[in-house]
Write a protein that binds this ligand. Structure first.
Ligand SMILES: Cc1cc2nc3c(=O)[nH]c(=O)nc-3n(C[C@H](O)[C@H](O)[C@H](O)COP(=O)(O)OP(=O)(O)OC[C@H]3O[C@@H](n4cnc5c(N)ncnc54)[C@H](O)[C@@H]3O)c2cc1C
Length: 637
């Protein structure tokens, strides 16, 4: 967890219920709602019943909670107390459960769930596994949001969006896991309805603070650049320069060959390239502010070389030595993003907690009974709302066969024991959990800085305004959220995506709290702090104002059309990746993530940080390696 987060974060606050926004009732009468029909547009679909178990009443059913989610108030404070030394000394255990497991996994994200699954596979399902996580829901970043309105549920990804291979191809292991879970990546076109948004384009919102006046221009990348910029509210100088940088075939580094260009561009930011080499007019620069590059780098933190490899404007006249990235030929988006992968794993691990037997399609509408995730006698138990504060061997790590795991749950410290532990949490908390780690390893684990990210999902009464304006997505270079997008029209199993612009729809608004001009890690630390101290009310105000300003010309009326807001805040979002601007060149075996992930006795380390890549496949691959380490610790390999 963050080293920089402020101390007073309202630890005892209840999770806010956001049934009313500005006096407009949303999802009215949830508890008394009639049978809940997912995908109710099709009257032939069976209705999924709202379960009677109080754990599953909609106001406590985690995916259906609105307001602040992701790292919600109440989920992270014990981790920060651990960081701050509250559990550094002798621990007063209040609940010694007496439970002993073959394996305890810390973290119920994709990596932790995969580790539990692979271990159970190795033991043909006869393992005895406990998964602990600090949140009220499983999946880590891969969580889902459910909005209930009328008699329907609208799904969206709360974090991890897609199976995708833009930079790191899926390994054999990752592909095999998806296949085992029944995911047929090649079937994606069957679920997508591309016709629904036909004719809608990407737009850019030009704000009056940085341009001539407010204005949304549709058709970026579709219209000829001359036309696109002619329609934009720009000064003559900015317009001319934006047209030049997008269309001129100029070599801005004429004295260098392709390799020399690549070398220089790796040492400067894209912003430096634009200002110092392209001599972009200062009035044109704000247009580039919202561009997000790999790992959410911005023009001031993205190496110009990376920008050149993404087809960014300014390089079309230059021959630059290229590092080939694999084509993105492996893509899939579930209605709830990669939360479906987490749900499929939990469905394998704890089948009794599900409303019905599920496959990769029918799981979209299946309900989880959260009270059944942690049942005595189940080979795998998932214990939520449990923050691990210590994992240490009983005795010498080189010979010990037992690790005690202490976690905080409901304000009390509890202990379980395990023959092995996989830490599938975040690198930066591991050094506080395992005091016995060598100092060099602790230092290596502290190197990474996760990227703060916020996905604000909003339920809108309809998407007519988007249609009138001709946009499906909007880039707002200087907005509170920098991207606004209608979620992909994907139907799966009994879940039917609304098929008319007059029906409600979810839009995802992306915010990355950056502080341009500062070093990347400093920006990320400040972003994490911003995120944790910003109350929901402030975000709600910003959402209303931004949607009104952006879509108002299309007839959007916030008090009428904004139905609900779920803010998925991920202060510890993307795993850190190295780049040529911010990081030194490391030898292969000296990369901090490689040093940091070494096994200590019976404790091994999974999670995407351990692979220094913020991707689902990395979380899976690291789980696979950690389970292999675990087996090695028992002499089983
Ligand atoms: C907003 C967002 C969008 C993304 N989009 C994509 C995408 O489209 N495609 C893609 O491939 N990847 C995407 N990623 C990256 C991907 O989500 C991650 O790489 C992957 O899900 C990480 O899984 P993980 O299990 O390693 O970590 P996490 O998902 O972070 O899970 C770790 C879990 O451990 C818990 N934990 C931490 N400390 C403790 C403790 N002390 N005790 C108990 N529990 C603890 C955490 O709270 C968390 O629940 C995205 C990430 C984010 C943040």
């Amino acid at each position: 967890m963050s080293d920089e987060a402020p101390k007073d974060l309202g630890m005892k606050r209840r999770i806010p219920r956001r049934d009313f926004l500005g006096g407009v009732a949303v999802a009215a009468g949830l508890a008394a709602a009639p049978p809940l029909a997912l995908g109710g547009a099709d009257p032939g679909q069976p209705a999924a019943q709202v379960p009677a178990d109080p754990e599953l009443l909609p106001d406590t059913y985690p995916p259906a909670l609105t307001g602040l989610r992701g790292q919600y108030p109440g989920s992270f404070e014990e981790a920060h107390r651990t960081r701050d030394g509250a559990y550094a000394g002798a621990l007063g255990i209040e609940d010694d459960t007496g439970e002993v497991y073959d394996l305890v996994v810390v973290g119920a994200g994709l990596s932790g769930l995969t580790a539990a699954h692979l271990f159970q596979r190795y033991l043909n399902g006869h393992g005895n596994v406990l998964v602990l996580d600090n949140h009220d829901d499983f999946g880590g970043h891969a969580k889902r949001n459910e909005f209930r309105h009328g008699h329907r549920v609208y799904l969206a990804a709360g974090g991890t969006l897609d199976i995708d291979t833009p930079y790191f191809p899926y390994s054999y292991t990752a592909r095999a896991l998806l296949a085992e879970l029944g995911i047929d990546v090649g079937s994606y076109p069957r679920h997508l309805n591309p016709q629904l948004y036909a004719g809608l384009t990407e737009g850019v919102f030009f704000d009056r603070e940085h341009f001539v006046r407010d204005g949304l221009v549709a058709g970026r990348g579709r219209k000829p650049w001359r036309q696109f910029f002619a329609e934009a509210p720009l000064t003559a100088a900015a317009r001319a320069d934006l047209l030049r940088v997008h269309t001129a075939t100029v070599d801005y580094l004429p004295g260098l060959d392709a390799a020399g260009k690549a070398a220089l561009l790796k040492r400067i930011s894209y912003e430096q390239f634009l200002v110092q080499h392209v001599h972009l007019h200062r009035e044109a620069l704000p247009y580039f502010a919202g561009l997000a590059f790999r790992n959410n780098k911005r023009i001031d933190t993205c190496p110009a070389y990376e920008a050149s490899q993404h087809g960014s404007p300014g390089f079309q006249g230059m021959s630059i030595e290229s590092e080939k990235f694999p084509d993105p030929d492996y893509f899939f988006h579930f209605p709830d993003g990669n939360a479906t992968i987490a749900r499929l794993l939990v469905n394998r691990l704890v089948p009794g907690a599900w409303s019905e037997p599920c496959d990769a399609e029918s799981i979209a509408v299946a309900l989880v009974d959260y009270a059944k995730l942690d049942r005595p006698g189940s080979p795998t138990r998932i214990r939520l709302r449990s923050t691990v504060v210590r994992a240490e061997h009983e005795g010498d790590p080189r010979s010990s066969r037992s690790v005690q795991v202490v976690y905080s749950r409901g304000g009390r410290l509890a202990r379980v024991r395990a023959r092995n532990v996989v830490l599938a949490c975040h690198n930066n908390i591991i050094r506080y959990l395992v005091p016995e780690l060598p100092q060099a390893q602790k230092t290596a684990l502290a190197y990474a800085s996760k990227v703060p990210m916020q996905y604000t999902n909003v339920l809108l009464r309809n998407w007519r305004p988007w249609q009138r304006l001709g946009v499906q997505s909007i880039v707002a270079p200087n907005g509170y959220h920098t991207e606004l997008e209608l979620v992909p029209p994907v139907s799966m199993g009994a879940y039917r995506f609304p098929d008319s612009p007059d029906e409600p729809v979810v839009a995802r608004l992306t915010r990355n709290p950056n502080h341009p001009g500062l070093p990347r890690k400093t920006q990320q630390a400040l972003g994490r702090q911003d995120m944790l101290v910003t109350p929901f009310e402030k975000i709600e105000q910003e959402v209303r104002a931004q949607l009104q300003r952006t879509l108002g010309a299309g007839g959007f009326d916030a008090p009428r059309d904004l139905l609900a807001i779920t803010v998925n805040r991920w202060p510890h979002g993307y795993a850190y990746t190295y780049d040529t601007l911010a990081d030194p060149a490391f030898a292969d075996n000296e990369y901090p993530h490689v040093v940091g992930r070494q096994r200590l006795g019976r404790i091994s380390i999974a999670n995407a940080d351990a692979g220094a890549a913020a991707f689902t496949n990395e979380a899976i691959d690291q789980a696979h390696r950690a389970v292999h380490d675990l087996l090695a610790s028992r002499g089983w390999t």
